[in-house]
Structures are given as C-alpha cells and as structure tokens.
Design a protein around this ligand. Sequence first.
Ligand SMILES: [Zn+2]
Length: 163
Amino acid sequence: MSIARFWRETPRRYNLGGSRCGNCGTVYFPPRAVCPRCPQHRTTIEKMAPFQLSGEGEVASFTLVHDPAEGFEMQVPYVLALVRTVEGPVLTGQIVDVEPHDVAIGLKVKATFRKLREEGKAGVIHYGYKFTPAGEPATAAGPRGPVEPVRPTETPARDRASA
Ligand SMILES: [Zn+2]
C-alpha cells in the first residue's frame, strides 16, 4: 500500500469507524456503502450509517509469526490473530502485552493504538490498532498498558460509558 493511501485511510484505522446497516443491523469494518446481506442490497445505500466499533472482541484464531513481514523484524516472534469483535466484524491484528503462549482462542481482547512499524531509513512510522488482553490478567506477570481494575470473580464491566 502506498504511503499516501495509508494516510488517507488512517483516521478510519485509528478509530475503528465502520458502518452499520439500518435494515438488518449488520456491522461492517471497513465500512461498506451497501449491505450485501440484505436481499435487495441496492436499497440499503441510504440506510448505511457510520458505526463506531468498541474494539472489544475475542481471539477467533491466531498464529505465532517467526518469519516477519517487512518492517516487523524487530518484533518477532509475535502473535497475529483474527479477532471477532463484539459487534461482529472480524479484524486482523497483532496481540501484544501478553506472552505468546498465553494467547488462546477465546481470549478477550481490546483494541489499542500502537506503532505498527517503521519503514526504511526515512523512519516513516505507521500507527494502527493492536490488541491487548482485556479483563482478567492472563498471568501474574509483566507491565501492562493502561491498568484497568480487575476483580477476580467478576466478568469485566462492559457497559462503561461507551460514547
Ligand atoms: Zn443489511
């Protein structure tokens, strides 16, 4: 992808702005202009509305990458996962702030915005979303991102003001 195109698309990547069909309720990310799920999808053009994904979801599948894509050399091994968001769309992203062997299918995660990679000598830095474990601590270990209160026997609060 060209740099120009990347930056054009960056705002969307930053805020996980998708779209939602007002007809059937299906959420799309990246956003779609029409809803392919609706039988008469051409009529959904005016029903598609911007929709903000929460970034919460769970790991649907993952792979441990030892052989990095260009620009990711500094980070191996890293976990690349398909995350099924609570709203439905499946996102691809790196799982960070957790030991690779602690990643499992069903792990609850939350999107966070991080440096994705640096490019070449010019040091162009790409930012985008990655996922960190949400809710209960995976292990007793390690520095984590923004600390959220965790109560051992409760599920993490989902309904904190999501404006
Ligand atoms: Zn629809």
